[in-house]
Design a binder for this molecule. Structure first.
Ligand code: UT7
Length: 351
């Protein structure tokens, strides 16, 4: 391209926020009601605590809080589209995004949900970028929000220890590919032959909700953790390599790796496989657990608030989740107002 040609359009990240509900569940509290202990949870997962909603709260309540803060961070009060990515929508029908948009004063904006389980945020970023670069939207609010406490059986010790509730949000605007914040290269993939590794069996068209014929276990989240673990490490490393190769970046070009916060051992295994020193791997799974589609923006909000991620840093975002799905994205971190720490709530209260 001649040097005086305008650079191609891109979606540029211009706002960021995270939100977790105030209630903290420690490993000790779980050990009081489950056959587990703090040492097992710490060593197998790196998780020390997680946050959960109160009865009566729902995913949209967290999404609205994160969305409001992200709009403030971007300094805007309107967008053309609101995307909510979640595995725990408020209801099977309608999508959660229109209600979230309405509560944010965004009636009229396009609003829809994206489902890719724990890869949802990366899929949502690609969807938002597509809306912007195709000219359909000038500005998009993307929110990853999940309340796994509503689908995990509280007596299931394998899963109850891992998941936490939370939301993270970003605002994207139309800009140029050479600007900091431009979300450039993506790698997205899936392998539905392993759909049974992570499921909520009932509640969809295959096995309908309600009625005594639905066994209680089919109403809850189920995961074959050990197999998922192996897929997670392999797929995340492969996806990261693919996006780096497509962009012509080397692993040494990455200042910070921001992976889906599945389990600290998984994050370190992926970083190790990629040849990234562990200190370049952003991790907040110790404080929030695995928050599904919220985990990458929550980790980002945490790291930016702590100035672990700084303007000009080159980031690799990589996620993996049920489906199976996986995805990666590269970007250079832009200058943004420092977000509030997602769990330093100060005087702020949930809705
Ligand atoms: O976010 C989407 C993707 N999800 C993930 O990436 C999660 C991936 N998987 C994992 O993080 C890990 O597999 C787990 C943390 C879920 C489990 O750790 P693990 O090291 O794979 O343990 P395991 O499932 O192989 O279980 C080992 C033992 C079993 O006992 P036996 O059969 O060896 O006697 C389990 O019953 O640990 C037992 N166990 C527990 N013990 C104490 C399972 N959960 C617990 C528990 N406390 N909470």
């Amino acid at each position: 391209m001649p040097s005086n040609a305008p650079s191609p359009p891109a979606a540029v990240l211009c706002g960021l926020a995270g939100w977790v509900p105030p209630r903290v569940v420690t490993n000790e509290e779980l050990a009081d009601r489950l056959d587990t202990d703090d040492a097992w949870i710490r060593t197998r997962t790196g998780i020390l605590r997680r946050h959960v909603i109160e009865p009566g709260q729902a995913t949209s309540d967290l999404a609205v809080e994160a969305g409001r803060r992200a709009l403030r961070s971007a300094g805007v009060d309107s967008v053309d589209a609101v995307i909510v990515t979640t595995t725990t929508p408020d209801r099977p029908c309608p999508a959660t995004a229109p209600a979230v948009a309405a509560r944010l004063g965004l009636v009229g904006a396009a609003a829809f949900d994206v489902g890719a389980v724990c890869t949802g945020f990366v899929y949502g970023l690609a969807t938002a970028a597509g809306l912007i670069t195709s000219g359909v939207a000038g500005r998009v609010l993307l929110i990853g929000a999940d309340t796994y406490s509503t689908i995990v059986d509280p007596l299931d010790r394998a899963n109850a220890i891992i998941f936490g509730d939370g939301a993270g949000a970003v605002v994207l605007r139309a800009g140029r590919v050479d600007e900091p914040g431009a979300v450039g290269r993506f790698d997205l993939g899936s392998d539905g032959t392993h759909e049974d590794l992570i499921t909520v069996a009932a509640g969809g068209s295959r096995q309908r909700a309600g009625g005594d014929e639905v066994p209680p276990r089919d109403r809850h989240f189920a995961m074959r953790g050990n197999e998922v673990y192996r897929h997670a490490v392999t797929r995340m490393a492969e996806s990261a390599r693919t996006v780096l190769r497509t962009a012509g970046w080397k692993i040494d070009d990455i200042d910070r790796f921001v992976p889906h916060q599945a389990n600290l051992r998984i994050l370190h295994a992926v970083a190790d496989d990629l040849g990234l020193p562990p200190e370049r791997c952003v991790a907040n799974v110790d404080s929030v657990g695995n928050t599904g589609a919220a985990s990458i923006p929550l980790a980002l909000a945490d790291a930016v608030a702590d100035q672990v991620v700084r303007p000009g840093d080159r980031l690799l975002l990589t996620a993996f989740g049920g489906g199976l799905t996986w995805g990666s994205c590269l970007l250079t971190w832009p200058e943004l107002p420092l977000p509030a720490h997602p769990y330093d709530r100060g005087e702020e209260t949930a809705p």
